[in-house]
Design a binder for this molecule. Structure first.
Ligand code: ARG
Length: 467
C-alpha cells in the first residue's frame, strides 16, 4: 500500500502506477497542451456527461456514481466559466485537468468516468465538436457577408464601372455585377462549410484507444446525445483521423483567398488615383505624419491574415502526412493551427462585412473611368457585325483602327466625328453613337449571367431566395 502511494506526488496521478518519477521539466513543457486545449473545456465536459450517462444506462457504472460524476462535471463547468478553475500544466491537458478536479470534488467515483474510453477518442470528440461549432459560426458569418453584398448590389445594379482584365480597362460592367461576383465566391465557401459539417457529423467517442472496447457500450446513444448523425464506423480511423480539421483549414484558406482578393480591390479602389470607394472612418486609419492620409489598414490586414491561414493548412497537412495509424502525439499540434486560423477567418469576415456595408461608392468617378480606355471598343466591333454584316475578325480590325485614331487625337471613341469613322469604314452611320456609351454597352449584355442591370437583378433575386 505504501508503495502504491509514495510516488503519486512526483509521478503522474493518471498513470503513476508504472512510473517511478515525474517528467523532466523540458518533457513537461513539450508535452503539455493545457495552454491551448483548455479552449475545449465545454466540449470535454459535454462529452464526459454523455459518456457517463451512457455507461450508467448500459449498467457499466451505477446510477449513483453517474449522478455524482454529472454533478461534479457541471460544477467544474461553472468553475471554469467563472474563472475559478486552476489549470495545471503538470496535468498536461484539458482531459486530465477536468478529471483530476472531478476526483477532488467527488472522490473515487471520478475514477469510473474513464471506463471504456481513452484520451484518444476523447480528444477526437472534443475537437470535432469544437470544429463543428466553428463551422456553424462561419456559415452564419458568410451569410452576413453575402447579405451585405446583396444590399450593395441592389443599390448599384445600374452603376457603371470599368470591368478589368489584366487590371487593364476591358469592358464596362456595373458595380452591382461586380458585387455579385463576390456573392458567388462566398456562396461557394458557404456550400463547402455546409458540406464539411455534414462530413464530420459522426461521433468518435467509444472508439477508445484504437480498438474499441469490451464493455457493452452504446455508441449510437452517445452520438445522439451529442448531436451527431451517427457514430464513426472504424475505431482505428476514428482516433487517427484529423480530416475534419484539415477540411476546416482548406475551406478557411479558400475563403481567405477570396477575402484577400476583395481586400486587394478595396486597397486599389480607395487610392486617390482610382477613387472608386471611400472607406468609412470606422474602417480606416490615419497617418501619424501625413495628415491627408486615410489608410485601408483593415483591408491590408485581411489580405495578410490569409497568409497565416495558408500557413496553418500547410502545417497540419505536414504534421499528418507521415503518421502511421492510429494516434500519435504529433496530432496534439493540430489545435493551435485550427484555433489561430479560426480567429483569423472570423476577424477577416467581420472586418470585410463592415467595410462593404460602410464604404461610400463614388459612382461618378466609376462612370468616368468606365468610359475611358476605349472600353466600348467591343461594342463598336459588335455593331459592325450586326449592322454592317462584317465578320467579327474584320470588325475587330476596323475597330482597332478607330481606337488608334482616337488615341492619336487624344479623344474617346464617341468623340470621333462621323467623317473620321466613315473614312475607316464607309458603312458606319451615326446610329453607331448609340452603342458607344457605357450605359448602352452595359444594357446590351443581357446574356445569362451578364452585366445588364436586368440580369444583375435576376442574380440578386436568385441569391436573396437562398440567403
Ligand atoms: N492532449 C492530447 C492531444 O491533444 C490528448 C490525447 C492524448 N493521448 C495520448 N495517448 N497521449 O492529442
Amino acid at each position: 500500500m505504501a508503495d502504491d502511494t509514495t510516488d503519486t506526488k512526483s509521478s503522474n496521478q493518471m498513470w503513476g502506477g508504472r512510473f517511478a518519477s515525474g517528467p523532466d521539466a523540458i518533457m513537461e513543457e513539450i508535452n503539455a497542451s493545457i495552454g491551448f486545449d483548455k479552449k475545449l473545456f465545454a466540449q470535454d465536459i459535454r462529452g464526459s456527461i454523455a459518456h457517463a450517462t451512457m455507461l450508467a444506462h448500459q449498467g457499466i457504472i451505477s446510477a449513483d456514481d453517474k449522478d455524482k460524476i454529472v454533478h461534479g462535471l457541471n460544477t467544474i463547468l461553472s468553475e471554469i466559466e467563472s474563472g475559478n478553475f486552476e489549470f495545471s500544466r503538470q496535468l498536461e491537458d484539458i482531459h486530465m485537468n477536468v478529471e483530476a478536479r472531478l476526483a477532488t470534488l467527488i472522490g473515487p467515483a471520478a475514477g469510473r468516468l474513464h471506463t471504456a474510453r481513452s484520451r484518444n477518442d476523447q480528444v477526437a470528440l472534443d475537437f470535432r465538436l469544437w470544429v463543428k461549432e466553428e463551422l456553424q459560426k462561419t456559415e452564419q458569418m458568410l451569410t452576413g457577408l453575402i447579405a451585405a453584398f446583396l444590399d450593395r448590389a441592389e443599390e448599384h445594379a445600374e452603376s457603371v464601372m470599368p470591368g478589368f482584365t489584366h487590371l487593364q480597362t476591358a469592358q464596362p460592367v456595373t458595380f452591382g455585377h461586380h458585387c455579385m461576383a463576390y456573392v458567388e465566391m462566398f456562396g461557394r465557401d458557404r456550400a463547402r462549410v455546409r458540406h464539411a459539417i455534414e462530413h464530420l457529423d459522426e461521433s468518435p467517442i467509444g472508439a477508445a484507444a484504437l480498438a474499441g472496447t469490451g464493455y457493452p457500450i452504446d455508441r449510437h446513444m452517445t452520438a445522439k446525445a451529442l448531436g451527431f448523425r451517427e457514430p464513426t464506423r472504424n475505431s482505428i480511423d476514428t482516433v487517427s483521423d484529423r480530416d475534419f480539421a484539415i477540411e476546416f483549414l482548406s475551406i478557411a484558406a479558400i475563403a481567405g483567398m477570396h477575402l484577400s482578393r476583395l481586400a486587394e480591390e478595396i486597397v486599389i479602389w480607395s487610392t486617390p488615383q482610382f477613387g472608386f470607394v471611400r472607406l468609412s472612418d470606422a474602417f480606416s486609419t490615419g497617418s501619424s505624419i501625413m495628415p491627408q492620409k486615410k489608410n485601408p489598414d483593415a483591408a491590408e490586414l485581411v489580405r495578410a491574415k490569409t497568409g497565416r491561414i495558408n500557413g496553418s493548412l500547410v502545417a497540419l497537412l505536414t504534421i499528418m502526412k507521415g503518421l502511421p495509424l492510429a494516434y500519435s502525439k504529433d496530432m496534439q499540434e493540430d489545435k493551435e493551427q485550427v484555433f489561430d486560423a479560426a480567429d483569423s477567418l472570423e476577424l477577416a469576415i467581420a472586418a470585410m462585412t463592415g467595410m462593404v456595408r460602410d464604404m461610400t461608392v463614388n459612382t461618378a468617378r466609376m462612370k468616368a473611368a468606365a468610359g475611358s480606355g476605349y472600353s466600348t471598343a467591343t461594342d463598336l466591333a459588335d455593331w459592325l457585325v450586326r449592322e454592317a454584316g462584317l465578320p467579327f475578325r474584320d470588325a475587330h480590325h476596323v475597330t482597332g483602327r478607330a481606337v488608334a485614331l482616337a488615341e492619336s487625337k487624344g479623344c474617346d471613341l464617341a468623340e470621333l466625328p462621323l467623317s473620321d469613322l466613315q473614312a475607316i469604314h464607309a458603312d458606319i452611320t451615326d446610329k453607331v453613337y448609340d452603342v458607344l456609351t457605357v450605359e448602352a454597352s452595359v444594357a446590351s449584355r443581357k446574356s445569362f449571367g451578364g452585366t445588364a442591370p436586368s440580369e444583375v437583378r435576376r442574380q440578386i433575386a436568385f441569391w436573396r431566395a437562398r440567403n
